[in-house]
Each structure stands twice: as C-alpha cells, then as structure tokens.
Design a protein around this ligand. Structure first.
Ligand SMILES: NC(=O)c1ccc[n+]([C@@H]2O[C@H](COP(=O)([O-])OP(=O)(O)OC[C@H]3O[C@@H](n4cnc5c(N)ncnc54)[C@H](OP(=O)(O)O)[C@@H]3O)[C@@H](O)[C@H]2O)c1
Length: 252
C-alpha cells in the first residue's frame, strides 16, 4: 500500500512511519520540514498522488485558542479536499479520548472541528481517540504549576506510551475504515494527581501535587471519567508508567 503520514516527523508520526515501512509498505513522511504543508497547501497534491491511505498525526504548532482552531480547520479542509482529488480510500486521524466532552478548552475546540470535517467529508475514515501520552505528563505538570505546587483535577487518567500509540495506529492504518471512533488507552487507570506525583518524584522534581476538584484541564472542567475511554472495548497498550519511564528521555 502507498500511505502518506501527515506529521510524519512528529513523536507518533516518526514511529508510525517506521512501523509501516517495516511491514513492507510504501510510506511518505510528510510535514513542512519535508515540503508538505497542510496550511498553505504546499506540496500536498504531489504528496498524495497515488496514495491509498492518509494518516493525519499532525499537531498545531501553537496552543493559543484561536490559532489551534484555525490550524485544525484549515489543515482539515485542505487535506480532505486534496484526498478527494487524489482518490484516497481511507483517512485515519489521531485525536483525544473525551474530545467531545471538552469543548470548554480552546485546544479541544480545535480537535472537535477537525473531527467534524472528517465525519462530514466524503472520505471513509477512522478516528482514533487516544488517552494522554506518558510523554505529555511534563506538559500536564506545567499546565497546573504555580512554581511550587501543581494543582490538578482528581479525575481519572489512563495514559499510554507513544510506542503503544504507534502500534495501535499501525493496525488501524492497515485495517478497513470504521467510519467512526475507536479508543486506545494505557494499562492503568489512576487519578491524575497520584500519577503526576509519581512522575515528579521519578524526575526528582520537588513540586508537590495538590488535588483540586475545581482545577481545569487546559481550560475545561473534568468529571471523574472525562479523560478515560467511554466505550466498552478500548485497545489497551501494555506499557505501564514504570516500564515507560525506565526507557524514556525523562529518566536520563
Ligand atoms: N499529547 C497527547 O497526550 C495526545 C493524546 C492524544 C492524542 N494526541 C494527538 O496526537 C497527534 C500527534 O501528536 P504528537 O505529539 O505526535 O505531535 P508532534 O510530535 O508535536 O508532531 C507534530 C507534527 O505535525 C507536523 N505539522 C505541524 N504543522 C504542520 C503543517 N502545517 N502541515 C503538515 N504537518 C504539520 C509537524 O511537522 P514539522 O516537524 O515539520 O514541524 C510534526 O510532524 C495530535 O493531533 C494530538 O492532538 C496527543
């Protein structure tokens, strides 16, 4: 199969490209660094010529409310139009578990817009909803930090290692379109403050984590189960926090 991975240079994209090539597929890793830009349209038609499947694992360079929304709307429109012109048979996108429950957050309004374009478009699709990546725990700590303490909602999380995300994305990319959402998550469900305290202790970060039911997650209020899979059969990765941390750059 000929597969184009938009965002092929990113955390998930680079691992997905390697997995797909190892399985013998023709894969183009596309991103602005390699001359393919879904915002300006540069290189898009050429990249998609002859592709059967397109996977979108790009992310907005800015997390400002207005810019995220503009990124996902513009990229989504340009990409889906180019796919229709090229006769692409399957569009696979990576999004976040709970996206539809997180509209109070500017970032998630961008993801909601991205998903809406896919659902309303003409290309058969699979939207993969993933929980937070372990690689993103530092970002979560930063989001709730005032320097000394980290205030976080006590909601449950079930984070997943990027290697597991890439493994799941490989299977969904090579499978048939589901024309709906599939969910993926890590092996352990835990309250966010407890996991973040473990992460800070492991990275020898002296900040203390405080559970605060009023604390927002990137602008959104959370219920206990907002960030964990709501379906009965999520794909579960096998790499837990300790196994991930032992091999991660954060432990160095
Ligand atoms: N972080 C989490 O916990 C989490 C959880 C669930 C789902 N997700 C989703 O996972 C996806 C991938 O995240 P990631 O962490 O792997 O991303 P990442 O490492 O930040 O990589 C982003 C990629 O997007 C590309 N990109 C940026 N602007 C582009 C443009 N105009 N046209 C084409 N490509 C562009 C970048 O290309 P260059 O390298 O050339 O700049 C890069 O390859 C995101 O959609 C995110 O919403 C994240």
């Amino acid at each position: 199969m000929t597969i184009v991975v938009i965002g092929g240079s990113g955390l998930i994209g680079s691992k997905l490209v390697a997995n797909l090539r190892q399985r013998g597929h023709e894969v183009l890793a596309a991103s602005p660094a390699s001359g393919v830009n879904t915002i300006t349209g540069e290189g898009l038609a050429e990249a998609l010529a002859g592709a059967q499947v397109v996977v979108d694992v790009a992310n907005s360079p800015s997390f400002e409310d207005k810019e995220v929304l503009e990124f996902f709307e513009t990229a989504g429109r340009n990409l889906l139009a180019a796919e229709a012109a090229a006769g692409v048979k399957h569009h696979v996108a990576l999004s976040v578990v709970g996206t539809d429950r997180l509209a109070e957050s500017g970032y998630f309004r961008g993801k909601i817009a991205q998903e809406k374009l896919i659902r309303e478009g003409s290309i058969p699709y699979t939207i993969v909803h993933s929980t937070q990546f372990f690689e993103f725990l530092g970002g979560i700590a930063q989001s709730g930090s005032d320097g000394q303490t980290v205030k976080l909602s006590p909601a449950f999380v079930q984070p997943i290692a990027s290697d597991d995300v890439a493994a799941a994305m490989t299977e969904y990319t090579l499978g048939a379109p589901v024309n709906g959402v599939v969910e993926i998550a890590g092996p352990e469900r835990v309250r966010m403050p407890e996991l973040l305290q473990r992460y800070l202790a492991a990275t020898k970060d002296p900040r203390q984590v405080v559970a605060d039911p009023q604390a927002r997650y990137f602008g959104a209020r959370l219920e206990d189960d907002t960030l964990v899979p709501s379906g009965k059969n999520p794909w579960l990765g096998s790499i837990g926090f300790e196994a991930w941390f032992a091999k991660s750059a954060a432990s160095k």
